[in-house]
Ligand binder design. Sequence first.
Ligand SMILES: Cc1cc2nc3c(=O)[nH]c(=O)nc-3n(C[C@H](O)[C@H](O)[C@H](O)COP(=O)(O)OP(=O)(O)OC[C@H]3O[C@@H](n4cnc5c(N)ncnc54)[C@H](O)[C@@H]3O)c2cc1C
Length: 374
Amino acid sequence: MEIAIIGGGIGGLTTALGLKQCGKAVTVYEGAPEIKPVGAGIIMANNAMQVFEKLGIRNRVENAGCKISRIKITDVRLNTLSETELTPFENKYGVYNVAIHRADLQKILASEIGFEHIKLSKRLVRIEQENDFKLIFEDGTSANTDVIIGADGIKSVVRNELFKTGKIRDTKQRCWRGVSELDPTSRFDHEAFESWGKGKRFGFTKIAENSIYWYAVINESLMNEHADIIGLFSEFHPEIINMIAGTPKNNVIFSDIIDLAPIHQWQHGKVCLVGDAAHATTPNMGQGACQAIEDAYIIGKLFGQEKSPQEVFTQYEALRKKKAHFIVNTSWRLGKVAHYQNSVAVWFRNTLMRAIPQSVSKKQLNKVFDIDYT
Ligand SMILES: Cc1cc2nc3c(=O)[nH]c(=O)nc-3n(C[C@H](O)[C@H](O)[C@H](O)COP(=O)(O)OP(=O)(O)OC[C@H]3O[C@@H](n4cnc5c(N)ncnc54)[C@H](O)[C@@H]3O)c2cc1C
């Protein structure tokens, strides 16, 4: 049985690794000419690291990145509004949250799969279906396969071709991401920060010695075509400004913050969707890729039990949908609160953030980090 995975992002590569480890013949077809990650850094939360532990790559990921043991929400001057300790989860699950450069993570995944299983410059444009599937690529070539896993992101061709569904929602928030090579002060060690302002926020965390990954998000209505990022975030702490200033301009990535309105069909017969193709979320909970990694874990686990693809995909959808949609919906709401523009609403929000007991965020994180699907 030949399994084709369309898309060599974090979701597709992790799925390929899970399938390879249970002895399945798998080929990844990636549209880009190289495994080139879009985005600067990424946080692999505890749930993703638990999967990496099971796949045997936890140490490689941990060693290539920086551990995070505390998450701080602050105001624009870096005064703490709320603080979440991750140590209880480290003790419970035996793994850390890890911030890593996306390129390093994808390099680890690709090398574990073996480059001979990854076909580059193979952009899928069409699927024909007879006894098996015929994948037609942009370069005029084609390939036959028995099973398709669509890991081709929020604008998935597999989803559009075979499921004919998926409404992309625009949050009207815009985002820049970068990696600053400034020498960060050690006070940022093992912490992830998010500074909330009025209709804008700035997050950052160390991903290696001497490099900090940062993202800056702003309501579209506050954007001015002439203002640069520093101008737009001028009221933020000087250390934040230094991070932006210390990043080469052509290494800064700009994107719209969008998601996929929850869809209820992720599979049909011998085809299924994983990661952003099935349940793209806004990045407010830092869970998009982590959820793709959980998909990969469940699919690998079910194939390892020698079930048919139809059984695997039906059970995968039933097991994963509730949690993935919880993330999409909670993250969407969180994004609205973090971007209040009105001064009174911001004051009220910040006061409330200071008052929320740790037990509340702990309860929510318990739900997010738990990967026990039995
Ligand atoms: C600002 C921001 C910050 C984020 N931070 C985090 C974070 O800290 N933690 C986290 O877990 N998540 C985070 N995310 C979300 C995360 O980036 C995504 O959820 C994740 O990358 C999804 O992985 P994927 O493999 O499903 O899709 P993608 O990463 O979109 O990969 C899809 C792959 O398919 C390929 N492809 C597309 N179309 C075709 C085609 N037709 N044929 C062949 N190949 C194709 C693409 O080239 C790409 O390589 C963030 C997102 C944003 C926007």
